[in-house]
Design a protein around this ligand. Structure first.
Ligand SMILES: [Zn+2]
Ligand SMILES: [Zn+2]
Length: 305
């Protein structure tokens, strides 16, 4: 593993950056289908092949269940204005209640994924979720939204989180990107959740800038290039990567909070996906964690890591 210091600021290509947008909202109708494709590609000759293929099936389900779903309840206009005024995320995870759209999303996902191949333990977990009473389901939803997944029920929560990813991406897609404002370090500007990873993007008029990717609603928000995405420190930032790797996925480590979050260089490889490539680069996590750092990124597909 190689550890390198932060790059010199004058070495960062800024291309034709004028002013990157602060936030980019998800497109749920393409997000999950593209992720499924990426997972299938990553699965080839990968030691996690069976798991990556299972996740690809799950993403196909996340895509397929959206057709004909009831519209997600829109946030009232005055609540959106208030959220912006107080720099709060407009999708309030702490006071979330399941509406008809969310319930239908969960039901559809649990039914559709049951026809896909999966290990016996995963199928048992799926049955647990399908059989869960209302109070248990509400508890699982709360745990996902609060990032407090009980270690003994990681597999059950994966299915709930996958459904919530669909629901929150649909909610976020209804927002106005131009109305979003920074809320705090390490928090999604739309839903307040933690990032799964960050990406240096190759988008037109934003080339070379960095965006954090929300693990839940998939909103991306602009963030200073060399700054801890967990605690906001700009000191003691360095980068680690596996020797001989393509240089497109690194761990951004922070001496202040002793954590790391992966940074994906999408401007070098447009196919990189903040969630899929995070799972497929688990080898980097194992190496970085040997140095005593904790994982700062949250990924529903890596609950328990
Ligand atoms: Zn979010
Ligand atoms: Zn930090």
């Amino acid at each position: 593993m190689t550890k390198v210091g932060a790059p010199r600021l004058d070495s960062i290509p800024i291309g034709d950056v004028a002013k990157p947008p602060f936030a980019r909202l998800p497109e749920p109708q393409v997000l999950f289908a593209k992720r499924a494709e990426r997972l299938r590609m990553l699965a080839q000759a990968h030691e996690l092949k069976p798991y990556l293929l299972f996740l690809a099936d799950l993403c196909v389900v996340q895509h397929g269940i959206q057709d004909g779903l009831p519209a997600a309840t829109r946030q009232p206009a005055d609540a959106l204005v208030r959220a912006r005024e107080f720099a709060m995320p407009p999708l309030d995870r702490n006071h979330f209640t399941m509406d008809a759209a969310c319930e239908a999303t969960v039901d559809r996902l649990l039914t559709a994924i049951s026809t896909c191949p999966m290990p016996a333990a995963a199928r048992a977990a799926l049955l647990n979720v399908r059989d869960a009473d209302n109070a248990t389901m509400v508890g699982m939803v709360r745990s996902v939204l609060a990032d407090t997944i009980p270690i003994e029920a990681v597999a059950e929560h994966l299915f709930v989180a996958a459904a919530l990813q669909v629901h929150f991406a649909r909610l976020a897609a209804q927002l106005d990107a131009a109305s979003l404002v920074p809320v705090s370090d390490g928090a999604c500007a739309a839903c307040g959740g933690p990032p799964v990873s960050s990406m240096v993007v190759g988008w037109s008029r934003a080339h070379g800038t960095r965006f954090c990717a929300c693990a839940l609603c998939a909103t991306m928000w602009n963030y200073v290039r060399i700054k801890c995405v967990v605690c906001g420190s700009t000191k003691g930032i360095s980068y680690q990567e596996i020797d001989g790797s393509a240089g497109t996925i690194k761990a951004e480590t922070c001496d202040s909070c002793r954590s790391y979050v992966k940074i994906l260089h999408q401007h070098k490889d447009p196919e990189l996906d903040p969630i899929a490539d995070d799972v497929a680069s688990l080898g980097l996590d194992l190496l970085v964690r040997e140095t005593g750092l904790r994982r700062g990124g949250v990924n529903p597909f890596l609950f328990g890591y």
